[in-house]
Design a protein around this ligand. Structure first.
Ligand SMILES: Cc1cc2nc3c(=O)[nH]c(=O)nc-3n(C[C@H](O)[C@H](O)[C@H](O)COP(=O)(O)OP(=O)(O)OC[C@H]3O[C@@H](n4cnc5c(N)ncnc54)[C@H](O)[C@@H]3O)c2cc1C
Length: 409
């Protein structure tokens, strides 16, 4: 495990991480990064066995999960110190991929907050070492923004196991995941938020079927997941029976924060677009230049707000401030997607048949993702209105009715 003082400044953390990478990255990878040899770096990233070994090394050093407690594979670092680690890892292309987002950002903190000692022991280290990948089985065809309307059923059997039946949808990485975070209704006779439980599921359990969904970018990162007579062991339950909503709030806040950027101020997406505009010759267009600079300013303001939120009275970033950051960062992603198409209009509009999508076309087609995932922008506005501005709550006349008696159940 890397040695760092808990009071180390961000610069000291970054320097220690960089030193550690120089000592531990495979020499040909390190040389390729320092020489900016993208072909060799890409070859390392494509080597599945090599990457598995690398993730284990990174995890054993505590650098994959720096904010987690040391006993579970972390370094007890603050959010800003962890951001310094993440920036260095990204520079060396040595960080964990987006496929691991759910395990690292959602499962870890949720299990740390609500898990039994046995669950923490069982699930956390394999995430830190990149041995197990997770997915999130929350949304359903009839429950997205109104997640508490979910109808997948979990029934406790005499032997203490749970039988689960239902359907989930939009489940990122479910086709490559080892485990899933599952919400299911355990007490339909209770009001909708009070009869839900939260489970940790082995994705290889019989009766669980994953069907990929193709997106307009050409990716099939999403899935539908069907659960038919799936039997889960008693210790799959995370938190209390019928207490799943409180557990889910932890996950959803982590998701909101995780999708809104790291607490660090520096070159971001707008800087990259400006560089690309200079290379493509579109920087000469004064209107486009003006819009790129407006985005750059907004991105820096978001970064500074994120740093401020992370240090404010030592509390974790959470609550309605997270909604503001998610709303702004989703808006920035949409702006970036449409600007990308204007920065590189030629590549965004035409490419050889069968060739992969050029970056600008991909960014344009994917620009709406974050404004839907992890709670839509409309829902974030409602949270801000109710919790920060104190406006009256969205009326739900059936909120306290048993779920089974709701007209929309
Ligand atoms: C890239 C991506 C990844 C995702 N990954 C996962 C995942 O891994 N696991 C998972 O479980 N889910 C995942 N989702 C699903 C996501 O959580 C839902 O799509 C989202 O919560 C919205 O739900 P919905 O699609 O059912 O839309 P709906 O809730 O039906 O909303 C449709 C529209 O109505 C608006 N609307 C709904 N209710 C209100 C209201 N009360 N006030 C104002 N407007 C409202 C919404 O803002 C939206 O514009 C992912 C989605 C995306 C885009």
């Amino acid at each position: 495990m890397i040695e760092l003082s808990p009071t180390a400044t961000e610069d000291e953390v970054a320097a220690a991480t960089e030193r550690w990478l120089h000592e531990n990255l495979p020499p040909s990878w390190l040389k390729a990064v320092l020489d900016d040899d993208r072909t060799v770096v890409a070859a390392h990233l494509a080597d599945a066995d090599g990457m598995r070994r690398w993730f284990a090394t990174l995890g054993d050093a505590g650098l994959a999960t720096p904010t987690w407690p040391r006993e579970y594979g972390g370094l007890d670092l603050s959010a800003e110190q962890a951001a310094a680690v993440a920036d260095v890892l990204m520079r060396y292309r040595a960080n964990r991929p987006m496929d691991d987002f759910i395990g690292l950002t959602l499962t870890g903190p949720t299990v740390l907050a609500h898990g039994t000692p046995e669950q923490k022991e069982r699930y956390l280290r394999p995430i830190a070492r990149g041995e197990e990948r997770w997915c999130q089985l929350f949304s359903e065809p009839g429950a997205g923004s109104d997640l508490a309307a979910l109808s997948t059923r979990a029934v406790r059997q005499e032997d203490g196991t749970w039988r689960v039946d239902g359907q989930k949808v939009w489940n990122s990485f479910a086709h490559i995941a080892d485990r899933g975070l599952l919400m299911a209704r355990t007490s339909p006779e209770k009001p909708k938020h009070h009869g839900i439980s939260y489970f940790l599921v082995d994705m290889r359990t019989p009766g669980l079927e994953v069907r990929p969904l193709k997106q307009m970018t050409g990716d099939a990162e999403f899935n539908e997941v069907f659960l038919t007579d799936v039997v889960l062991p008693a210790d799959a339950l995370l938190g209390e029976v019928d207490g799943g909503w409180a557990v889910a709030i932890t996950t959803l806040m982590q998701e909101r924060n995780g999708l809104s950027g790291r607490p660090a101020v520096g070159p971001g997406v707008a800087d990259d677009l400006a560089r690309r505009a200079a290379a493509a010759g579109t920087w000469a267009d004064p209107v486009l230049r003006d819009r790129l600079l407006a985005m750059l300013v907004e991105e820096r303001v978001l970064q500074m707000t994120t740093v401020r939120a992370s240090v404010a009275s030592g509390r974790a970033m959470a609550g309605a401030e997270g909604s503001i950051r998610k709303l702004v960062s989703s808006g920035l992603e949409e702006t970036a997607g449409s600007l990308a198409a204007e920065v590189e209009p030629v590549t965004a509009l035409g490419w050889p048949q069968g060739a992969p999508l050029p970056a600008a076309a991909y960014e344009f087609l994917a620009m709406k993702q974050t404004s839907i995932a992890g709670g839509t922008s409309e829902i974030q506005r409602t949270i801000i209105a109710e919790r920060l501005l104190g406006l009256p709550k969205d009326p739900d006349p059936e909120k306290d009715l048993p779920f089974s008696q709701r007209s929309r159940a």
